[in-house]
Design a protein around this ligand. Structure first.
Ligand SMILES: Cc1cc2nc3c(=O)[nH]c(=O)nc-3n(C[C@H](O)[C@H](O)[C@H](O)COP(=O)(O)O)c2cc1C
Length: 368
């Protein structure tokens, strides 16, 4: 029977265990330029016993930023800042992928390089709001639909981010195709009503994601590229008329490409960062799509140590990603192994701030 503590071949890497640290936006790259710094390096290095760390979502362009103080991977200074993080994680014996991100319509004019509107596949306003560059809660604006001739530039931004991630010393990249951000907006027909080769049929809606995955593979090789998807997720006002057909197609295409892994988010904790909206009768995504993807599958979303053990033992997933438990437990791997109690997380310090709720959660050795 497979356990969380069996090693796992994941693309070109061998993970020492199957507990993955999920990508977690913490909005703590506060200095001008959205540059990671030594506090971020400490935070990630504290969690280096994870089988794999996936970094917080990291914008590939200024246009792709949607919240204040999220880090980027489009400037030389950001790349150098990330080098502090990768060096610290590697020195602590860990492995770390960078999550490549463009928020699309989940932005605000205050984040845009030219003060223009956020971009999207179609000019459809999502419900809800976000934080402006000066940390005020603002309603979403109606985005501007990307022109067809702008789309190659988006692919190039991801390619550039993938190259910078390599230069920064990461072990690979995860393409963020989940949670209602730009690539998910293209995938799902609730947000994509284009009439060109990037809208309409499932093949057309999946085109941008797959072009970006191919660009990342050109730089990294397929064995160091993962993809995150959230079928049935409703966060950021997402919906699709036929999610099973859509995501089955996408997973088949990713199987053909032989990517290192696919990372699926269970909709039972659909609301990603806020987690307030739990769909009781949501389908079990890992189970539903296990056959559609032939490679390594990471499952995330509301796992406890016990449910994670079961999912891996049953073969529903090859590894389990933990979000909130890794925020509060830098030594989550050791605690689960020992059957020790877990620290509770403090939701008030998830986003923004400094050390508090970031690098000051105690590990077992220190808490006894
Ligand atoms: C504070 C916070 C920030 C998050 N940031 C990201 C992110 O940057 N990228 C992403 O793909 N998911 C993000 N998520 C979703 C998590 O990766 C994960 O899928 C979710 O928390 C469910 O897992 P959990 O129940 O183990 O926390 C975030 C979640 C939280 C709570």
């Amino acid at each position: 029977m497979t356990t969380l503590f069996d090693s796992l071949k994941l693309g070109d890497l061998t993970l020492p265990n199957r507990l993955v640290m999920a990508p977690l936006t913490r909005m703590r790259s506060r200095q001008p330029g959205n540059i990671p710094h030594s506090l971020n390096a400490t935070y990630y290095a504290q969690r280096a016993t994870a089988g794999l760390i996936v970094s917080e979502a990291t914008q590939v362009s200024q246009q792709g930023q949607g919240y204040p103080a999220t880090p980027g991977i489009h400037t030389a200074e950001q790349t150098a800042g990330w080098r502090l993080v990768t060096d610290a994680v590697h020195q602590a014996g860990g492995r770390i992928f960078l999550q490549l991100w463009h928020v699309g319509r989940i932005s605000h004019t205050s984040h845009q390089p030219d003060g223009g509107l956020p971009v999207a596949p179609s000019a459809i306003t999502p419900s809800g709001g976000t934080f402006s560059a000066d940390w005020k809660q603002v309603a979403f604006e109606t985005p501007r639909a990307l022109e067809l001739d702008e789309i190659p530039g988006i692919v190039e931004d991801f390619r550039h981010g993938a190259q910078n991630a390599k230069d920064a010393g990461f072990d690979g990249v995860e393409v963020h195709g989940a949670n209602g951000y730009l690539l998910d907006q293209f995938l799902q027909d609730g947000s994509n009503q284009r009439g060109d080769s990037y809208g309409g049929s499932i093949e057309n809606r999946a085109r941008l994601l797959l072009e970006i995955v191919d660009a990342a593979i050109e730089i990294w090789g397929a064995g160091r590229v993962g993809v995150r998807l959230s079928p049935f997720g409703t966060f950021n006002d997402m919906h699709d008329s036929d999610p099973i057909a859509l995501f089955t197609y996408v997973l088949q295409q990713l199987s053909v490409r032989g990517v290192a892994y696919v990372h699926l988010i269970e909709p039972r904790s659909s609301a990603a960062g806020s987690m307030d909206k739990v769909i009781e009768d949501a389908p079990d995504t890992a189970q539903l799509f296990r056959q559609a993807f032939t490679g390594t599958l990471i499952s995330a979303g509301g796992y406890t140590a016990d449910s994670a053990k079961l999912a891996v033992a049953d073969g529903q997933a090859d590894a389990i990603a933990f979000g909130r438990l890794f925020i509060a437990n830098p030594d989550l791997v050791e605690r689960v192994r020992a059957g020790a109690a877990l620290n509770a997380y403090d939701r008030a310090t998830f986003y923004g701030g400094d050390k508090k709720g970031y690098t000051d959660y105690p590990s077992l050795a220190k808490s006894v």
